[in-house]
Ligand binder design. Structure first.
Ligand SMILES: [Ca+2]
Length: 202
């Protein structure tokens, strides 16, 4: 009799927990992944059960949510102002809905204007032309090569930086970033200069 009571109590507890988990918001992505300092951009949050979003929580100062638009159950759009005093680098956003908090997602703030990567750009012949002092945003779904071409004068210093974040541990295991610079005329690889070019991942 004591055993039957114990079984009944555990079953009731499990049945009570299941509906609570199903109401929590699920945040899968933020696009764009970053923005320029002192600008206003539209940011799209995609996931599940986002229809009752009430707030975008920014964990660092420097963001002003101008407008919140609940598009569908899986898409929320927000007009976000990146204030002049916002710090450069990685920031963190989370959605608060009437039924819970979403996962934490990262958002990068840079000093340059942001453009999207355009595929195909997998070899030097198809390199995407970009202006200097530009941030290029893209997503690596699997192994990929991205080529970009910039115009520079002889002797001009060129600095490049890669910031990458893994989305899902198992799908991206072993993934890394690597940067090479080629001379546009001779197509010869140029040696890296210490401190001027870096690639990183987390
Ligand atoms: Ca590519």
């Amino acid at each position: 009799m004591r055993m039957r009571r114990a079984f009944f109590a555990i079953l009731t507890l499990l049945l009570g927990v299941a509906p609570l988990c199903a109401t929590e918001p699920k945040l899968r992505s933020i696009t764009p992944l970053g923005g320029q300092l002192n600008s206003e951009i539209e940011v799209k949050f995609e996931g599940e059960r986002l229809q009752d979003t009430e707030e975008i929580i920014a964990y660092e100062p420097g963001f002003k949510i101008e407008k919140l638009n609940l598009v569908t159950n899986s898409i929320v759009k927000a007009q976000i102002k990146i204030e002049p005093d916002c710090s450069l680098g990685e920031h963190h956003f989370r959605l608060r809905t009437a039924s819970g908090l979403s996962e934490l997602m990262t958002f990068f703030v840079g000093s340059y204007s942001v453009i999207e990567e355009v595929e195909p750009n997998n070899n030097l012949q198809k390199a995407q032309p970009v202006a200097l002092n530009t941030t290029i945003e893209g997503v690596i779904a699997s192994e990929d090569i991205d080529c970009f071409v910039v115009e520079a004068k002889k002797g001009q210093r060129l600095s490049g930086e890669v910031e990458g974040i893994r989305v899902g541990r198992s799908a991206c295991r072993g993934q890394g970033t690597h940067v090479e610079i080629f001379d546009g005329c001779s197509r010869q690889r140029r040696p890296h200069v210490n401190g001027h070019l870096s690639a990183g991942e987390r």
